[in-house]
Design a protein around this ligand. Structure first.
Ligand code: NOJ
Length: 567
């Protein structure tokens, strides 16, 4: 059924049309602006772009409140502009994924308006109602502190409606076969317009049973199979990337034991432990999370991310671990959100230290799966903590030192462009970094290129090689008789490590440095010994005999280090 597993070795770039590039000068990013920036994305080397919601919406939750699934929000352009964009992407070999937000609609959606007005309307049963206030109305809020309840009274309907998220986002009754059919229709529509799949919002809530008497929602996993089948009948290489922050025990239910449900899922378990590892220089819980999420069907894939457009959710860590991450990366109350996370961007959390940013990104790129990066992180953009909730990390892309960072000609951008101070567009922007070979932008471009050349990470099996130092993580990947090996030092001080690759014979003797010229030969004890600088990282290919034979040739080459800062 699947005719291409492109997502197994890809790099996905997430962006919001609203804040990427404004072509018409009204202060809001648009499809024409994004289309002009396709060469930038192509140059960066990403394989796919994931667009956050751009359908018609009153924008009370940054587009995650859709009022028409078949229309572009006029602020971003027209359907024609969208098709021009997907065409331009295709010309450059870039795939397009889009958000699919079907757990709920906006209250402004005509379906909801009709449903509340007319109890006999077919749309009444598209939502979830209760005559009386359900007992658990004050439980299960996703945005604690901001959201007061999950059931709100509607005067017109004379009933309470259920909303897992904000009260302006009534949940669709996804058990209703008509609603399910509509979801497929929405997918079919966008697939026809050239997208390669969907990042599906809030999957556990879509498939969970809903109603006033439901205390523990039951997942209807079959729904996921229906989505996949439909998509692949329409277009064999389209995928579903699920947002499902669930426990490792249930992962296989989401992927499907026969690989017949979600193609990809974000690895929230690894993400949270990765931040703990960065905060504490203790990689053991991260290794545990990697092992707990190791099994997946051959065609399934993890999406590995650092930060996304939401808060960094630390809800799955142990209390002590969570406090350690708060202390390191978000010590002040206004940096935290919803009693569980940190709302800052990556670069400010890591103090803008390029060595540390490279380390974090290198780790992300070498975790089992496909990296999903967020616009602006390639230049180390900052945040604006004066903006409410998650908006602080959603400010416009900083293209240049021109007014408004080159994002818009308007002096009233949709969200303020970060200006002044260490994160201001005046000196932190893509144009400046392009000219500097050692910049984070150029480093990111190089690491993306190299990541695509090590398909072992996306396709292969990993093994963690034990060292005595919990600050140092050594991972090996094997695929089709090739092996690669990665070393990361999460501590800020140099470490000496010794390890055995586990590959016997001549083949495992030499580790060929993929980012520099520090090739590593086995010592007399049969191990590889390395002194690695603070926040250092190494990517090696486990060399074969041919490398040993060409050894002298390698040695005599001038120093061509690939710009490893601190290395
Ligand atoms: C998850 C999205 O990532 C978030 O931004 C949004 O607010 C909720 N789902 C509701 O759609």
């Amino acid at each position: 059924m699947i005719d291409d597993l492109w997502y197994k070795n890809a790099v996905i770039y997430c962006l919001s049309v609203e804040t990427f590039m404004d072509a018409n000068g009204d202060g809001v990013g648009d499809f024409q602006g994004l289309t002009r920036r396709l060469d930038y994305l192509h140059g960066l080397g990403v394989s796919a772009v994931w667009l956050m919601p751009f359908q018609k919406s009153p924008q009370r939750d940054d587009g995650y409140d859709v009022s028409d699934y078949y229309a572009i929000d006029p602020r971003y352009g027209t359907l024609g502009d969208f098709v021009e964009f997907t065409h331009g992407a295709k010309q450059r070999g870039l795939r397009v994924l889009i958000d699919l937000v079907v757990n709920h609609t906006s209250i402004d959606h005509p379906w909801f308006q009709e449903a509340r007005r007319d109890p006999a309307s077919k749309y009444r049963d598209w939502y979830v109602w209760s005559k009386k206030k359900p007992k658990n109305a004050d439980e299960g809020m996703v945005f604690p502190g901001v959201q007061k309840t999950t059931w709100t009274y509607d005067e017109l309907a004379k009933a309470y409606y259920f909303h897992r998220f904000y009260e302006h986002q009534p949940d669709l009754n996804t058990s209703n076969p008509e609603v399910q059919a509509e979801i497929l229709k929405i997918m079919g529509f966008w697939i026809q317009l050239g997208v390669s799949g969907f990042r599906v919002d809030a999957v556990p809530f879509i498939i969970g049973t809903k109603g006033p008497d439901v205390t523990t929602p039951k997942e209807q996993f079959d729904m996921l199979r229906t989505f996949r089948e439909f998509m692949q009948w329409r277009k064999g290489d389209s995928i579903v990337l699920a947002e499902a922050n669930v426990l490792p025990e249930t992962d296989m239910e989401y992927f499907g034991r026969d690989g017949d449900r979600m193609h990809m899922m974000f690895n929230f378990q690894v993400n949270q432990n990765l931040f703990y590892a960065l905060a504490s220089a203790d990689t053991r819980p991260l290794v545990k999370a990697m092992k707990a999420t190791k099994s997946r069907p051959a065609t399934a894939q993890w999406g590995q991310f650092l930060r996304n457009h939401d808060e960094l959710d630390l809800g799955r860590l142990e209390e002590e671990q969570r406090q350690a991450v708060f202390a390191a990366f978000g010590p002040e109350k206004h940096m935290q959100l919803y009693d569980r996370g940190i709302r800052r961007r990556l670069a400010p959390m890591l103090g803008g230290d390029q060595r540390r940013l490279e380390l974090a990104c290198s780790l992300q790129f070498t975790l089992p799966g496909t990296p999903v990066i967020r616009y602006g992180d390639e230049i180390g953009m900052g945040d604006d903590l004066d903006l409410p909730e998650r908006n602080c990390a959603r400010t416009p892309m900083q293209w240049s030192g021109e007014p408004q960072g080159g994002f818009t000609r308007s002096d009233a951008p949709v969200l303020p462009v970060i200006s002044g101070g260490p994160w201001g567009y005046e000196h932190l922007n893509a144009a400046v970094q392009r000219r500097d070979p050692e910049s984070l932008l150029n480093w990111t471009e190089r690491i993306i290129r190299m990541r695509k050349e090590v398909p072992e990470v996306g396709w292969g099996d990993f093994a963690v090689i034990t060292t005595r130092d919990p600050a140092v993580l050594v991972m090996r990947y094997d695929w089709r008789n090739n092996a690669v090996l990665f070393v990361h030092n999460l501590a800020g001080t140099p470490r000496e490590v010794a390890f055995a690759t586990g590959i016997d014979g001549e083949h495992g003797r030499l580790l060929v440095d993929l980012l520099g010229d520090d090739h590593l030969e086995v010592d007399e004890t049969g191990r590889h010994r390395l002194v690695i600088e603070g926040f250092g990282y190494r990517w090696y290919r486990v060399g074969g005999l041919d490398y040993l034979l060409r050894r002298s040739e390698i040695d005599s080459r001038p120093d061509t280090r690939a710009g490893r800062s601190g290395g």
